[in-house]
Design a protein around this ligand. Structure first.
Ligand code: B12
Length: 223
């Protein structure tokens, strides 16, 4: 049987080779040797996706590769998500999460949602390409204690500022933690767009929300 490091390395290669059948087998193998689902995604598959993304950037990969890799990751995270979510008490505080207007990426957002579910939040995923008003309406309706905006594409990151404004206008901004995230999102950008923090990964996101709640990281309004 392969070791954990070998399985993670093979997962990376399976994504690079766009081999979904092999990836599926490796997930089963990984589960047998107790690799955590989140680790498989972040340490195994994600490095493969990064290589495909870089290849797309430099013209070595096609749009079709992005689509196939995205589908593969979506299937894989769909299979692993229930395992990540297991143990959460979904009747906890509400968290609203969505991908902002102009952006349709959803794989990372779903992983963030799964990690918050596992931490006891009742997660409401409003979907992709959502307007600032959609975020504010959902936050108000569900009395959200956390709102998460996913902005993967660089040109749409500034839209997170529109979401902040909509939350202020709806009178709910003071009552919740607003966190943003997505490929290459920085804390400086988060602050500029009125968010309390940026999460570079799902684990970083839950960690920062906990630190804000405990007062170790001040909310933006208190800085
Ligand atoms: C798969 C993929 C697609 C798929 C998406 C499938 C889907 N349904 O999601 C498809 C084919 C649709 C796609 C389309 C496009 N894509 Co694309 N795509 C990717 C790819 C390869 C992987 C994205 C992914 O799922 N990553 C895996 C997840 C787990 O990582 P993640 O998204 O970063 O999420 C983590 C963190 O960012 C964070 N996070 C994410 N959301 C949130 C939210 C909150 C609240 C918090 C706290 C944290 C957080 O936590 C997550 C988990 O740890 C990336 C390359 C890459 N390396 O990321 C390019 C990439 C993001 N795409 C890119 C581009 C350019 C595009 C297109 C514009 C291409 C085109 N010319 O049409 C279109 C845009 C479509 C649109 N309007 O949105 C660029 C963006 C570059 C840039 N500077 O903005 C990238 C980086 C590729 C590249 N290097 O050029 N894409």
């Amino acid at each position: 049987m392969s070791t954990k490091t070998e399985i993670l390395e093979k997962m990376k290669d399976a994504v690079i080779d766009l081999d979904d059948e092999l990836l599926d087998k490796l997930i089963d193998e990984g589960l047998k040797v107790d690799i955590a689902p989140l680790e498989m995604i972040m340490e195994g598959m994600n490095p493969g996706l990064n290589i495909i993304g870089e290849g797309f950037d430099t013209g070595k990969r096609f749009m079709s590769d992005l689509i196939i890799a995205g589908d593969m990751l979506n299937d894989a995270t769909g299979k692993l998500r229930p395992l990540i979510e297991a143990g959460g008490k979904p009747m906890g505080e509400a968290m609203v999460i969505g991908t902002v207007e102009g952006d349709v990426h959803f794989i990372g957002k779903r992983i963030v949602g799964a990690v918050f579910t596992a931490s006891g939040y009742s997660v409401i995923d409003i979907g992709e390409n959502k307007s600032a008003k959609d975020f504010a309406d959902a936050a108000k309706k569900h009395n959200a204690k956390v709102v998460g905006a996913s902005a993967i594409l660089s040109p749409v990151k500034a839209y997170c500022g529109n979401v902040n404004k909509a939350l202020v206008d709806a009178g709910v901004r003071d009552k919740l933690i607003y966190i943003v995230g997505g490929w290459a999102f920085t804390d400086e950008q988060a602050e500029e767009y009125g968010a309390d923090a940026a999460g570079i990964s799902a684990v970083d996101a839950i960690k920062k929300v906990k630190l804000i709640k405990s007062g170790e990281i001040p909310m933006l309004k208190d800085r």
